[in-house]
Structures are given as C-alpha cells and as structure tokens.
Design a protein around this ligand. Structure first.
Ligand code: ZN
Length: 168
C-alpha cells in the first residue's frame, strides 16, 4: 500500500501496479507510474519521486490487489441443487481463496455466498470462476456481482484495510 488517494472514489487504499506496454515504460522515465485502487478497482497514473522503489516493486509483482487475511464461512453454489461449504482464507474486491477438501476444476463457473458477519445477510457473488488450484483448496475470481453486493463487499474490504493499518 502507498500514500495517495484514488481519483474516482477518493479512498486512500492504492497500490502500485505493473507497467503495461512501451508507453507506460516511457512514462516511468518521467516518474509517472500506474496504480490500482484496492476498493473501486480504478487504474490511474501518479507522479512518484521514489522511482527505483516503485518500479521494482510493481514490475516483480503481477498482482493487482493486496490480499487480506480473513477467516469466515462461505457457500459455493455448484448448481441449483448442489452446494459446497468452505472457509474464505483471503479476500480482495475481485476474488478470494477458499479452504476446502473438495477439488474443483479450473475454469468452473459457480455462485458464491460470503458470510463475513453472522449478523448480516451474505454477500452474493453472482458468478465466480475457479482461477487457481491451491494446496488447501482453490482461488476464485469474482466475475459478476450485483451493484448492491459489490458495495457491501467494498465496504467490508475497506474495514479490513482500516483494521490492518491500525495494527501495522
Ligand atoms: Zn477508488
């Protein structure tokens, strides 16, 4: 995470991102680097004096989002009749890792219900894709989320960033 705010949502949880293509590499000579808002997913460019640090940091790392450690129950909807219960291990606004003994094939489309709080209705992810197979389960990419659920997901991720910053 770096200092600065997102030009779209105004929040201050931004992260340097890998440069794409020759134009962005040219901009980096002028100390202008790409960043990604960790909440609203907006990608934008900012001037940074500390060129060497930002450049190496972003280019050795293809991730777009910092993963937040979590531990809450979730349900994967395999189809209308079959569900699979698991635990979320990490979370971003665009995906999560699921702890499960069940193996799902890469590329499988599923529905998802996240339950970060027992006092609130689950956050529904309309479509998620099995993106990676992990030793302890699998990683899901959130492909489609209704706006109201996306807003709740964002505010949950924001509260996790605030909590992380407070303990750092
Ligand atoms: Zn933003």
């Amino acid at each position: 995470m770096q200092n600065g705010t997102c030009g779209r949502c105004g929040k201050s949880f931004i992260r340097p991102e890998r440069q794409r293509g020759p134009l962005e590499r040219f901009w980096s000579l002028l100390s202008v680097y790409p960043f990604r808002c960790q909440l609203c997913t907006h990608r934008f460019f900012r001037f940074r004096w500390n060129r060497r640090h930002t450049k190496s940091w972003a280019n050795n790392d293809r991730r777009r989002y910092d993963r937040l450690n979590v531990n809450f129950p979730l349900t994967v909807m395999l189809d209308i009749a079959r569900t699979l219960d698991g635990e979320a291990l990490d979370l971003t606004v665009r995906g999560c890792a699921v702890q499960s003994t069940k193996r799902l094939p890469e590329g499988l489309l599923v529905g998802l219900r996240l339950r970060p709080s027992p006092h609130e209705p689950p956050i529904e992810i309309a479509w998620a894709v099995v993106q990676t197979i992990l030793p302890q389960g699998f990683g899901l990419y959130f492909a489609s989320i209704d706006p109201a659920d996306e807003e709740r997901l964002r505010s949950h991720v924001e509260s996790l960033f605030v909590a992380t910053a407070a303990t750092a």
